[in-house]
Design a protein around this ligand. Sequence first.
Ligand SMILES: Nc1ncnc2c1ncn2[C@@H]1O[C@H](COP(=O)(O)OP(=O)(O)OP(=O)(O)O)[C@@H](O)[C@H]1O
Ligand SMILES: [Mg+2]
Length: 247
Amino acid sequence: MWMEPTSTIEDDSEALIRLENVSKRYDMNSIIVTALDSVDLQVDEGEFLVVLGPSGSGKTTLLNMIGALDSPTSGDISVAGMNITGAHRKELFAFRRRAVAFIFQSFNLFPGLTALENVQFAIDINKGDRSEAQHVLEEVGLGERERHFPHELSGGEQQRVAIARALATGNPVLLADEPTGELDFRTGVSILELLQEQVKSGKTVLVVTHNREISRVADRVVELSSGRIVSDGPSKGGRAAISDLHW
Ligand SMILES: Nc1ncnc2c1ncn2[C@@H]1O[C@H](COP(=O)(O)OP(=O)(O)OP(=O)(O)O)[C@@H](O)[C@H]1O
Ligand SMILES: [Mg+2]
């Protein structure tokens, strides 16, 4: 587990991720939008967790808070022993670089970089071994597309580059926002398998989806509705092997 060595704001709770009474409100010309409403959540190291909820329920907002890409209006968040809400900018920078890896809902690939260069870029940031980039692209089934630029790739292929980029960081917490959203069933299944392998290798994986069927692969499903957690436990549809899913 990664720990920020210079952090002065340690906490000794055992959960890897802990949210306490977290709310996020947006003031839209005097109309208040509550994206997250008094959320309490704890996630242990090595958990495979799905955040399930309809569009607008606060899933991306929640993920962005955990990855320190956004800050709550009120409440406390700590991840990997660091109190994110009380941390300095410099500490947050190191945290984002070393603790979390994002698979964004909208890919966020660099348009001027090839598939391979997009993955190498993520490795360079962590001063890792660039030659790994090729290997990771092969892992997501894109070995043949490494010289393609994002606009020369299908939506599903771009998503797989985004996933390869996140895996290449080697960071212990994977935050995946609708990682199968753009993919056909078979490709989606292979991505879920990849994420499950990450859990087996000791990573903590949070997957956001609006698809209840996909949530059946996880150990634990946290359901959001209008910014609130409305259930937290095993999948209501029953846990299923990836090979038994249909969507
Ligand atoms: N920057 C913002 N300013 C104002 N409102 C926002 C902002 N970002 C999000 N919201 C609102 O907060 C709510 C939650 O948004 P969020 O993106 O977290 O939903 P989501 O569950 O990820 O939805 P989707 O499945 O469509 O991606 C929405 O109602 C959204 O309109
Ligand atoms: Mg979203």
